[in-house]
Design a protein around this ligand. Structure first.
Ligand SMILES: Nc1ncnc2c1ncn2[C@@H]1O[C@H](COP(=O)(O)OP(=O)(O)OP(=O)(O)O)[C@@H](O)[C@H]1O
Ligand SMILES: [Mg+2]
Length: 509
């Protein structure tokens, strides 16, 4: 038969077979092995090409030339196929290995389409090896088991996010994108984007969030004590309705200034002139100046602004890392606490009464491996318990090795585009049980927009050409040479104009 790719050789196992072929199949291509009444699906994971006569024992290029003249290009292909399951038996791994000599044939398009065609699914693109097979993944499983989109810079992460978000909007879902580079304000096919101003009422901030913004250092216990006391007093005043529109930060400062000048007693004691209080007052001043755009004492609960069927964009492009951490932590913490109340106490009178999917760009900054941050705390909590409370996470990063491993390992679903750095590859492989050594080896050779798709959302691992999002070209490289050239031309034109103006006025140039 002409469509036989090759035949199994050597000892075969339940999970892997080796084959020999004369054809050149593609890595990632699906194949079928028919034996014992089964139709077993497999994926070509690795290949080498060799020649029996041109082997390692030849040391003279002239001998090779002569062999080539006689034999031509008589090569063989040796490869491995990973067994994915019996198509006739709901993709269960068969209980008997394929007999050596079993034919390996291409999997039928019909079978593949049935496997990727699902209810409640989201289309990512097409198979790299079979372009007419659309790859759809299970949206419910993507949501409940979280997603990681990992790749080196420029490989197509943001484009993939846009495709995923569009797929969720098709189901009137609610997506929140923490937009670290202000790049997602685009037209989605299935819904609009909505800009959510990253404003927080300090009254709703946790102590640790406001402390982070005020930059009270870790070991500064005295400063922390004054800061904590002022924070408590301000909360109490506002809760008692005594604040007279002064605002949270103002009230904190009034207490600190009162203790510093001796007008107020600190816990019944006089602490006038303490340097540590002066430091805290200065830090409060810095906080007000630095974060005037995100701190708003009249801001309501940010969760009530989130809309269904929209890509809610929290634009973090113009804030610093500390503010981004605090805003992300604030929103995730509130969402988790809110949804626990909604689902456990059946309380419907809440700002949020539906599931939300959070997209975290630069996940290695928001949930770093080696540094404790507030955002990391809540990212890892949602990664662990979010699925019970209708909160899904999508972590996006170009540096998987720098992401908190606890959070990353909770992302059961992965879309991995081109990834070259060996440490990143190892990290991704540790986090995902289903990424084999052979698939890892494919990661550096993927082209832009090509990805390995893994996890519960996809019944079988797939090499996918992610669809290109039509509404915007993401992250185009700057055409630096043109920009420099234009700059020079503009300068020259300006000079010529000035020169002509002077000459026209009758002057010498
Ligand atoms: N699936 C795709 N098909 C065709 N072109 C693509 C695809 N994905 C990305 N590109 C192109 O590659 C470029 C980079 O894509 P993108 O901005 O999504 O990469 P990125 O991984 O998010 O980069 P960064 O690390 O800078 O955020 C864009 O110009 C985009 O048009
Ligand atoms: Mg990007």
């Amino acid at each position: 038969m002409s469509n036989i790719i090759g035949r199994c050789i050597g000892e075969t196992s339940l999970v892997e077979v080796s084959f020999i072929s004369k054809e050149m199949p593609q890595v990632g291509e699906y194949v079928s092995l028919k034996y014992d009444g089964k139709n077993v699906l497999g994926m070509i994971e690795s290949m080498v090409r060799g020649s029996v006569s041109i082997n390692d024992d030849i040391f003279d290029p002239k001998t090779i030339e002569k062999i080539k003249e006689i034999e031509g290009d008589d090569h063989y292909i040796r490869g491995t196929v990973r067994i994915l399951g019996d198509i006739k038996n709901n993709l269960r791994i068969p209980r008997t290995p394929a007999p050596p000599g079993t034919e390996i044939i291409p999997a039928s398009q019909d079978d593949l389409q049935k496997i990727f065609q699902k209810k409640n699914s989201l289309s990512l693109g097409t198979l790299i090896s079979q372009e007419n097979v659309e790859v759809k993944v299970d949206l419910e499983k993507m949501f409940s088991r979280h997603l990681a989109i990992l790749a080196m810079t420029g490989a197509g992460k943001s484009n993939t996010v846009a495709i995923v978000v569009d797929g969720i909007l098709e189901y009137n879902g609610c997506v929140v994108i923490f937009d670290m580079h202000s790049e997602y304000n685009i037209n989605f096919k299935h819904g609009q984007s909505k800009l959510i101003k990253p404003e927080i009422n300090p009254l709703y901030m946790s102590f640790s969030e406001i402390k982070r913004l005020a930059r009270i250092s870790k070991g500064a216990f005295l400063q922390e004590r004054y800061f904590w006391e002022a924070y408590k007093m301000a909360r109490a005043e506002i809760q008692n309705g005594d604040e007279k529109n002064r605002g949270f930060i103002r009230i904190m400062k009034e207490y600190l200034e009162g203790w510093e000048s001796g007008k107020l007693l600190f816990r019944g004691q006089d602490v006038e002139g303490t340097k540590q209080i002066v430091d805290v007052i200065n830090k409060m001043g810095d906080l007000e100046r630095r974060y005037s755009s995100i701190i708003n004492s009249s801001a309501g609960n940010i969760l009530s602004k989130l809309e269904l069927g929209k890509a809610n964009l929290v634009d973090l492009g113009s804030v610093d890392e500390a503010a981004a951490e605090v805003i992300v932590s604030h929103i995730l913490r509130n969402a988790l606490q809110n949804n626990k109340k909604w689902l456990k106490e059946k309380n419907d009178d809440l700002p949020l009464t539906h599931p939300v999917f959070f997209v975290l760009e630069e996940a290695h900054i928001l949930a770093p491996k080696n540094r404790p941050t507030d955002s990391k705390l809540w990212i890892s909590r949602i990664a662990r318990e979010g699925r019970k409370f209708g909160l899904g996470l999508c972590m996006v990063s170009q540096s998987p090795k720098s992401i908190d491993p606890d959070s990353l390992s909770q992302a059961n679903n992965m879309i991995i585009l081109r990834l070259v750095e060996p440490q990143d590859q190892r990290h991704v492989q540790t986090a995902s049980e289903s990424l084999s050594e052979d698939l890892v080896k494919q990661l550096p050779s993927l082209n832009i927009g090509e990805a390995v798709v893994l996890g519960l959302m996809s019944r079988i691992p797939a090499l996918v050409k992610i669809e290109e999002h039509k509404n915007k070209e993401f992250g185009q490289d700057l055409e630096v040479i043109d920009l420099w050239k234009n700059h020079k031309e503009d300068k020259q034109k300006k000079y010529e104009k000035e020169k002509n103006d002077v000459i026209n006025m009758g002057g010498d140039y």
